[in-house]
Design a protein. Structure first.
Length: 102
């Protein structure tokens, strides 16, 4: 597992844990405190980056009105990661074949 995927997984687990504790939405500061309490401090910009990645993967939802994130319901990190890898292979394969589509 790459370091980037590991960081994204850790952030997803933190968001899921806060959700289990009753948080329906979180701000980067909530996650910074959560990570500090587990001796895994992260800069706010890194947390926002991971939250944006989770949003792109469909594992989190961003609420622009409150500037907070919510855990996406019924989404499994491993399944989403597997689908992302499969999609990436398809994209890389189709772009590397040397076939001109135009």
């Amino acid at each position: 597992m790459s370091e980037q995927i590991r960081q994204t997984r850790i952030m997803h687990e933190a968001l899921a844990d806060l959700n289990r504790q009753g948080a329906t939405s979180v701000c980067p500061g909530d996650l910074a405190e959560y990570m500090r309490n587990r001796n895994l401090p992260m800069d706010t910009w890194a947390i926002v980056g991971e939250l944006n990645r989770l949003t792109e993967l469909g594992l989190a939802n961003f609420d622009a009105e409150t500037a907070s994130w919510q855990l996406a319901p019924d989404r499994d990190f491993a399944e989403v990661l597997e689908q992302w890898r499969a999609d990436s292979k398809l994209t890389n394969h189709s772009n590397s074949g040397g076939v001109d589509s135009g």
